[in-house]
Every structure is written in structure tokens, then in C-alpha cells.
Design a binder for this molecule. Sequence first.
Ligand SMILES: CC(C)(COP(=O)([O-])OP(=O)([O-])OC[C@H]1O[C@@H](n2cnc3c(N)ncnc32)[C@H](O)[C@@H]1OP(=O)([O-])[O-])[C@@H](O)C(=O)NCCC(=O)NCCSC(=O)C[C@@](C)(O)CC(=O)[O-]
Ligand SMILES: NC(=O)C1=CN([C@@H]2O[C@H](COP(=O)(O)OP(=O)(O)OC[C@H]3O[C@@H](n4cnc5c(N)ncnc54)[C@H](OP(=O)(O)O)[C@@H]3O)[C@@H](O)[C@H]2O)C=CC1
Length: 403
Amino acid sequence: MTDAASLADRVREGELRLHELEAHADADTAAEARRLLVESQSGASLDAVGNYGFPAEAAESAIENMVGAIQVPMGVAGPVSVDGGSVSGEKYLPLATTEGALLASVNRGCSVINSAGGATARVLKSGMTRAPVFRVADVAEAEALVSWTRDNFAALKEAAEETTNHGELLDVTPYVVGNSVYLRFRYDTKDAMGMNMATIATEAACGVVEEETTASLVALSGNLCTDKKPAAINAVEGRGRSVTADVRIPREVVEARLHTTPEAVAELNTRKNLVGSAKAASLGFNAHVANVVAAMFLATGQDEAQVVEGANAITTAEVQDGDLYVSVSIASLEVGTVGGGTKLPTQSEGLDILGVSGGGDPAGSNADALAECIAVGSLAGELSLLSALASRHLSSAHAELGR
Ligand SMILES: CC(C)(COP(=O)([O-])OP(=O)([O-])OC[C@H]1O[C@@H](n2cnc3c(N)ncnc32)[C@H](O)[C@@H]1OP(=O)([O-])[O-])[C@@H](O)C(=O)NCCC(=O)NCCSC(=O)C[C@@](C)(O)CC(=O)[O-]
Ligand SMILES: NC(=O)C1=CN([C@@H]2O[C@H](COP(=O)(O)OP(=O)(O)OC[C@H]3O[C@@H](n4cnc5c(N)ncnc54)[C@H](OP(=O)(O)O)[C@@H]3O)[C@@H](O)[C@H]2O)C=CC1
């Protein structure tokens, strides 16, 4: 085996390319060689980046050109009592963040939820989408392709499902713009977030479309999917898991633990999360669901770019017989407990904290459970931040904990 210094020399001499080092050394040596190269070129010291706690080999399907790891501190909030469709009991929620006060906030929300007897959560819709775009001659051909798609769902399903053991094609929804036709394929991807699975399956189905019709595939992703971009279609139709959590908190708990009243939280929610968001033309009618989604995504190995979709959430608050009812509905939470970054050792341990690592029984139940836990964490965060705003404690909390 070659050592890191001589590997780095061979790259400098043009004998090897930076991304080829794993073919000549183990993954840790390859990462060390790249650090040597980057350090000598940039003057940066990468001691901390190189001080990672898992074998680099474990990250081979997660990254190319690895030099080390960025470490984000992880904490837990809770335990919080969850009554979900796929998870129940007391759960510690793993969150990785660098925002001081966030864990304290979610932790306070969890303890308030417990005082109210726990939160309820359910996944209400599920399906990962991929929408290729096809070119046709004109609108008459577009109409023909739409009809063909409706008449030939079984053939598309057969082709798509040949590529996967777990995935199931649920439906295909056509959209037409002039001579462009978008077919939005939606799959049950079970415990996988499913973007690779859906992409591979859709490519096979596109082969059938091109064989049987005049349409020509322009791109496997035509942006109507919509992946990793803000998009109303996800907020309305859902993508990944559509999940809702709610809780009813007795007035005395709101007053004692959140230093405010149900009326103040309800008014604030309307003026801020509903009216303010509408005026801003926001897709997120919530306060900081992205905070919890991002922190739990990092802690459990989700694709962090999909926080964009995870922020499509509506928070409601109302006074019910003097108590405070609060709900959070996340329309497009794209999560998995197998595949992608979930295989990395620290992220897998994050999933273990929730008891949802790997494939569920039945398949899909672990990813549903993860979605429900993230929804309850988001509910806790909303409760605490809305209350801090209502009681004018936001800036003092961050001055104390976040600086
Ligand atoms: C900070 C608190 C919780 C204090 O709240 P408090 O009620 O004054 O604190 P407390 O000392 O009385 O403790 C109450 C509970 O909070 C928790 N708690 C309290 N301190 C800690 C701690 N150090 N570590 C862990 N947990 C803590 C803990 O659960 C504790 O109960 P206990 O366990 O003691 O019975 C409160 O003021 C708060 O939640 N503030 C809101 C902070 C927040 O939500 N920040 C989120 C980020 S804001 C942002 O990023 C988005 C934004 C704002 O721009 C979005 C927008 O536009 O709206
Ligand atoms: N290709 C793309 O366009 C994009 C890819 N990504 C990346 O895709 C990755 C996630 O894709 P994803 O398809 O989820 O993961 P993987 O590509 O890692 O595939 C996971 C595979 O696990 C198998 N599997 C085993 N047990 C189960 C189970 N219980 N439920 C479901 N599947 C199971 C399935 O195999 P089988 O299919 O044979 O059943 C599935 O295809 C992430 O790394 C993400 O960053 C993100 C965005 C876009």
C-alpha cells in the first residue's frame, strides 16, 4: 500500500488525478493525501477536519474526493411522548446544529407537550416523485401522449418496478406546457427516501414511453418533481411524507411553562405565521420548522438539501375551551431510514436513538415513524418560539444562550 505523502506527490506530478486515489490506497490514506495537497496549496491546517471518528470507507457511497469530516454538535431534546401511526412512547429527539438556544427551545416544547399528555402525529400521504420532460411536435401530440399515459399505466408500472424490489409506482400525472409534456411519477419507496430508486425506475419507464409514442425524452428531471427547489406543487400535492402533529395544552401549563396565554399565541400565530407569511408570499406558514427539520436531518443522515421541501409547513393555533390547540402540518418531508447518508455510523446511531434505523416491519413503517418524530419535534419548536415571541423573550434567550 502507498503512503499518503507519496500519493500526494504522484498527484502533484500529474501521474494520478485527485479522485483516483482510492484505487491506489485505502480510503483513509486517500483522504490524508488529499489533505496534504489542500494544505500545501492553501496554507490551511486540516487537523480538525482529519480528526474524524469513522472509517473513511464507510463514506464511500456518500462522497467523492473526501478529505475528512465536518463535525456538527449533536444534542437531544426530550424525551417527548409521541402517539403516532408508526411510533409510540417516549422518544429522545436527536438534533445537530450550531444555533445556540435551539435545543433549549425544542426541549422546552417537549416538556410542555409531556405536561399536556403527549403529541399525536400521523403520516397522511406518502410518495416520492420524479417528473421527466418530453418534447412532442405540438399540442395534438401532447394530448395523444397524455391519453397514452392514462391508458398504459400498467406497462409503465411494470417497467419501473422491474428495477426495484421495494418501490411501487402509485400514479403518473401528466402536465402539458405547449410542446413540452411532464409526467410526474409518484412512488411508494417504503423506508428509502427514494430519490435514487425513483430516478432509476422512471428511466426504465421513460424507455417504454419513447418506444411506444412519438415523444422524445429531454431530461429525466423536468423540475416538476420538484426536488431541492421551493415549489408550490410540493406544498399542495405533497412529496415524500405529508405528516401532521398536534397537541392541546391546558391554559395553566401555557401560563406557567411558556409565560404567555393561549389567546396571545393564537393571535401571534394568525398575524405572523398566516397573515405575515401570506403577505410575504412565503410557502412556509410557520415560524422555524426548518430549524428542527435541518437539525434532525443532519442527525439522522437525511439529504440536507431537501430541507427546502421540509420547510413547506403550516402551523395553526387556536383557543379551545380556554386551552391552546397547536398543530404543524409538513407537506413534503423527504426522509428515509435506509440508503443514502443513513448508512454512516454516526447518523445510523442518530436513527437508533429513535429506534428507526434500517428497514421497518412492515416496510415503510420506520420512515413513517421518523417523519412523525420530526413533526413532533417541529411542533415543540413552534410552541416554544411562538411563546417566546409572545412573551418577548426571543432576543434575551438568544443573548443568553446563543452568543
Ligand atoms: C430559551 C428558552 C427555552 C428559555 O425559556 P424559559 O421558560 O425562560 O426557561 P426555563 O429556564 O424556565 O426552562 C424551561 C424549560 O426550557 C428548557 N430549557 C431551558 N434552558 C435549557 C438549556 N440550557 N438546555 C436545555 N433545555 C433548556 C427545559 O425544558 C426547561 O425545563 P426544565 O427541564 O428545566 O424543567 C425560551 O426563551 C425559548 O424557547 N426561546 C425561543 C428560542 C428559539 O426558539 N429559538 C429558535 C431559533 S429562532 C430562529 O432561528 C428563527 C426566527 C426567529 O428567525 C424565525 C422567525 O422569523 O420567527
Ligand atoms: N438520483 C437522484 O436524482 C438523486 C439522488 N439523491 C440521493 O439519493 C440517495 C437516496 O436515494 P434512495 O433511493 O433513498 O437510496 P439508495 O440509492 O441508497 O437506495 C436504497 C435502496 O435500499 C433498498 N432497500 C432495502 N430495504 C429497504 C426498505 N425497507 N425500504 C426501501 N428500500 C429498501 C432498496 O433497494 P431496491 O430498490 O432494490 O428495493 C433501495 O433502492 C441519497 O444519497 C440522496 O442524496 C438525492 C436527490 C436526487
